[in-house]
Design a protein around this ligand. Structure first.
Ligand code: PHE
Length: 346
């Protein structure tokens, strides 16, 4: 055949059909019962001789199959356009750019807490929680803070109205008690959360956050505490700092200590000045006893190594202060005001 193959021209036209109707028309043109081009071509076979008929029939069948398949493909493509087809069609203006979607992120405090759970998790500490409205007993008595002791006033307390003497917890230390009553030693736990005191200035807010920690075992010593504190501070702040431990008084530890840190090269915060970041110490035996943990007094003669009993350390970081140090934030209020211009910077 000298002229261009009519079937391959049909294939092109099918691929160019942009509506289902155009496709229907083409299909009819090809396969219509009376006038369809393929139908007529098939009919014409009968006029050929045997040899010609065979050859021509084979060829027509191949084309017929290809044409039918192409129509089916094109029909599917029109019903379910691909992304490419959509992008190149006029129906959709892909040059239109929408405003970027607002993406939320964690506030500095909870994001710090997630990090802290990681840091202490790697040291084997479990994460515990406790209520913010706490009984006077848990917040003070069980922690070896006697009823008329000035330590109760030192933590200016919000009392909840009612007869049952409840408080907004003034520290996370009551979670130590709750945890020790539910778990048998040896144990390692941290607890993070809100605490409340009547206090307000640039570095104090009536609501702030603490990170409590507790580790009890038969051989847990002050040396272990120091190692945990120093390592934790370095990891939490993400930098090396100088540190020192001073004695400090908390009725629930003996001896009690406070850890101060300072660092070089930080102009905005109080460079060179020591800053207290954590209260800590060896858990007072009275506290362990209040939680039903066996503490043998010892006879004063037998070395402790020969008669080990449960002992350990506890600590309480001020989270807000650590966050302020870490990000050089001048006022604690900025953490609570919810000013987006400030928060977006982190
Ligand atoms: N609870 C103490 C406070 O709020 C901190 C602390 C916790 C000190 C554990 C020693 C041990 O000041």
């Amino acid at each position: 055949m000298a002229q261009a193959n009519p079937w391959s021209a049909y294939i092109d036209r099918i691929r160019e059909a942009h509506t289902p109707e155009a496709l229907d028309t083409l299909e009819h043109e090809l396969f219509g019962r009376k006038e369809g081009a393929m139908t007529l071509a098939m009919k014409a076979l009968k006029d050929l001789d045997a040899e010609g008929k065979k050859q021509q029939a084979q060829e027509l069948n191949t084309w017929k199959k290809q044409l039918t398949e192409t129509i089916a493909e094109q029909r599917t493509a029109l019903l379910h356009p691909s992304d490419d087809a959509l992008a190149s069609s006029d129906a959709m203006d892909i040059t239109l750019s929408l405003p970027p979607r607002e993406r939320g992120s964690l506030h500095l405090i909870p994001s710090f807490m997630e990090h802290a759970a990681d840091v202490f998790g790697r040291m084997g500490f479990d994460v515990a929680t406790g209520p913010e409205v706490e009984s006077e007993e848990m917040n003070f008595d069980m922690l070896n803070i006697p009823p008329d002791h000035p330590a109760r006033d030192a933590q200016d307390t919000f009392w909840v109205q009612g007869k049952d003497k409840r408080v907004l917890r003034t520290h996370t230390s009551p979670v130590q008690i709750r945890y020790m009553r539910e778990h048998k030693p040896p144990l390692r736990m941290i607890c993070m959360g809100k605490v409340y005191r009547k206090d307000a200035d640039a570095t104090h807010s009536p609501v702030f956050h603490q990170l409590e920690g507790l580790m009890i075992g038969k051989d847990v010593s002050l040396a272990n505490m120091k190692a945990v504190m120093v390592n934790a501070v370095r990891e939490l702040l993400g930098r090396d700092v100088e540190y020192r431990f001073r004695t400090g008084y908390f009725p629930f530890v003996e001896p009690g200590l406070e850890m101060d840190i300072r660092w070089q090269g930080d102009e905005q915060t109080r460079e060179g000045n020591w800053l207290e970041v954590v209260g800590c110490g060896m858990v007072h035996p009275n506290v362990l006893k209040n939680c039903g943990i066996d503490v043998e007094e010892g006879d004063g003669v037998t070395p402790r190594q020969l008669n080990p009993t449960w002992q350990g350390f506890a600590f309480g970081f001020g989270i807000d202060r650590l966050v302020m140090i870490k990000h050089q934030i001048p006022s604690i209020k900025m953490l609570f005001e919810g000013d987006m211009r400030f928060l977006r910077q982190f």
